[in-house]
Design a protein around this ligand. Sequence first.
Ligand code: UDP
Length: 328
Amino acid sequence: MAVLVTGGAGYIGSHTVAALHERGEEIIILDNLQQGHKEALLGGKLYVGDLRDNDILDKVFTENEIDAVIHFAANSLVGESMKNPGKYYNNNVFGTLCLLEKMNEYNVKKIVFSSTAATYGEPESVPIDEYDRTTPTNAYGETKLAMEKMMKWFDVAYGVKYISLRYFNAAGAHDSGKIGEAHDPETHLIPIVLEAALGKRPHISVFGDDYATEDGTCIRDYIHVSDLADAHLRAVDALRKGSDSAVYNLGSSHGFSVKEVIDIAREVTGREIPVVMEQRRAGDPAVLVASSTRAREELGWSPDRSNLKEIIASAWSWHVNHPNGYNE
Ligand code: UDP
């Protein structure tokens, strides 16, 4: 039986494909390659296509014996989602509807879902646990929450079991040095900081230093992409063993401010990293830090790689060796 990975050529998807491949799983990837890179696939069989294309979904499900789906395919930029929410509802929400209907048609009843801390919005208390209020402050988080809710009702109606993994801030690169973070355009803090360290950018713009945090910059919980990949494999295993549907936070449980991230990056790279202060970015909550107790207890997951220095060092090694990402 194969695992279908939608969006498997993307950043977290490709690291999960690598982990599935390392343990000998049969892997099918569906990716429209709008943001993904086929060079990022260290295993599996790729179908290039979109979730909203009924014909490609039929082809994938008829040509392969799929027992579980890991669903990454989505747009995932907070800033863009505030400017173009329709794109997010169409690709994320409608795309997921197409996938769930097709899974149900082909009697595939297990799905691991790539969700996000953005489903919480401004947290009531920190660390955030899975029972906390979900009131997203950006359209991206709202669409991910809508996707989770859709899965809940497909479970109620048809018994499609889902495990939703709400990641905090993914960063870092694979140990092999072959895959890492390469978005175009890049909007995430750690890769941008490292591009500034490499001299590819003149500086890093810090979006707001007037938040109610110790140094005024936003606090986030950074998690190594390989720890995230491991959680997806554990979630597939749990569903195969008959787990009920569930939601898990995935974070390191430690928060770092934007300024702290830049300081650690200066230490790791030994480079100067010029900083320019700018206005707040729309949609950013001040503090997002996870309680991942539930994932630790129920999935046996432990984010062993998620020490910020190690995360930045692994990302730095990828950036130094692949200054142009996958475009050699
Ligand atoms: N950030 C920043 N400058 C940048 C990119 C990000 O100051 O060029 C801040 C952003 O406002 C947020 C944190 O860094 O507080 C992490 O942002 P990122 O986009 O990496 O992840 P997100 O938290 O949006 O998922």
